[in-house]
Ligand binder design. Structure first.
Ligand code: S3P
Length: 193
């Protein structure tokens, strides 16, 4: 089992912002999927979708995730929203360290992504698309998460501090536990009771 902190969740959940802040707090390198795809290909997400299609984008996504996970130092990784739908990537995420799901209500996500600019999946009716994506992605995020942090109604700073506290606590607790016990360890930090 790895020592990375992996942030998962929907578009608009705040993976990049939270990841940067957690990486700073932990003094770790930060890997962000979309930024690394841009660095690797010289193309933005919409450009890849337009020129090469979604399948090519998903292949890039898998590639940057695999290389972030195999980088020598324990890192903080913002995992692309769709990356975990490939079984190999899901397995890598599961074994990579502590998986933190930034959970948000569909309405919160829709408000945050607005018109969906820069996100090709949201070109048509972003709110409806987000709700549909959320309904089938949510069970997968839930099943992968070691830590669940609610985003709704919290400031960016509060989300980052909560994610950091829970991730560090989880990693410390896991090192004290063995096998199945460690696998069942789960932290849920709700914004509301
Ligand atoms: C996607 C999420 C986006 C980007 C692409 C597809 C997804 O990243 O990779 O538009 O399928 O969830 P963010 O989660 O950073 O918006």
């Amino acid at each position: 089992m790895g020592e990375h902190v992996l942030l998962i969740g929907m578009m608009g959940a705040g993976k990049t912002t939270t990841g940067l802040a957690v990486a700073r707090l932990m003094r770790r390198p930060f890997h962000d999927s979309d930024a690394e795809i841009l660095a690797r290909t010289g193309l933005t997400v919409p450009e890849i979708f337009e020129r090469h299609g979604e399948a090519a984008f998903r292949a890039e996504e898998r590639g940057v995730l695999a290389s972030a996970l195999s980088s020598g130092r324990p890192s903080v990784i913002a995992v692309a929203g769709g990356a975990i739908f490939h079984p190999d990537s899901r397995q890598r995420v599961r074994q990579g360290g502590v998986v933190v799901w930034l959970r948000a209500r569909p309405r919160t996500l829709a408000n945050r992504v607005g018109s969906g600019a820069g996100r090709p999946l949201l070109e048509h009716d972003p709110a409806e698309t987000m709700a549909r994506l959320d309904s089938y992605r949510r069970p997968v995020y839930r099943s992968l998460a070691d830590v669940v942090v609610d985003v709704d109604g919290r400031s960016r700073q509060a989300v980052a501090e909560t994610a950091w506290r829970c991730a560090v606590g989880w990693l410390a607790a896991r090192s004290e536990l063995l096998g199945d016990e460690a696998r069942r360890l789960r932290v849920v930090d709700r914004a509301w009771p």
